[in-house]
Design a protein. Structure first.
Length: 212
């Protein structure tokens, strides 16, 4: 075989490899485009959250700047999508006061939320002698004197979307639910709470801000 024929064969092989590569690339682009088109048509909407109630068992400040909290909350989440399901892979909930975390994170059970479904959680949140910044302690004392404290219930987690058999990658979920807790006398009927044994249960029904 001549050198010319060898060069011709190598050139043909190179062209064939290029065609195969171009075909695979076009196929990948087509698949991604179809997925993107389906995504645009379905337009997934982030879930909505409502803080329904909070039962306060303890909310005490001890010297010098330690806060002890213990309460149970009821959270509900609704999937507004008619064709998209939601996987809650790992979701932590905790309480904060003026952007400072005051309870340990509580892990919610992993779950799948179908189309238009509602999921309800009732986790306990607690923090034992959590140190708080001195300037937060002064503000907390003022809030206690006023009889009202704003506590934020926060959710931090990862979710996935399910469209038919397609399951997306993980997306970050962040939820913030403001809760105004009345710290007046538990025996006072004007504190908007209901006595539950040694605790007080507050009906809140507070909508939450959701970022995905």
């Amino acid at each position: 075989m001549s050198v010319k024929e060898c060069g011709h064969d190598e050139e043909e092989k190179t062209k064939l490899h290029r065609r195969i590569f171009a075909g695979l690339l076009a196929l990948i682009i087509l698949i991604l485009f179809i997925i993107f088109l389906i995504w645009l048509i379905l337009r997934p909407t982030k879930p909505s959250f409502i803080l329904q109630d909070a039962t306060v068992y303890a909310f005490n400040v001890s010297s010098p700047n330690f806060l002890t909290t213990n309460f149970q909350i009821t959270l509900s989440s609704r999937n507004p999508n008619g064709r998209i399901g939601i996987y809650y892979d790992r979701v932590d909930v905790y309480a904060s006061y003026r952007n400072q975390q005051i309870t340990l994170p509580t892990l919610l059970p992993s779950s799948y939320q179908g189309h238009k479904d509602i999921t309800v959680w009732s986790p306990f949140l607690f923090g034992n002698s959590v140190p708080i910044a001195p300037y937060f302690a002064d503000q907390l004392n003022e809030d206690q004197l006023a009889g009202m404290v704003l506590v934020n219930i926060r959710i931090n987690g990862r979710i996935r979307w399910k469209v038919g058999t397609f399951i997306s990658g993980r997306y970050h979920l962040f939820v913030n639910c403001p809760a105004y807790i009345n710290l007046g006398n538990k025996n006072n009927n004007n504190n908007n709470g209901v006595m539950v044994g040694p605790a007080v249960k507050y009906q809140l029904v507070q909508s939450c801000h959701v970022d995905v």
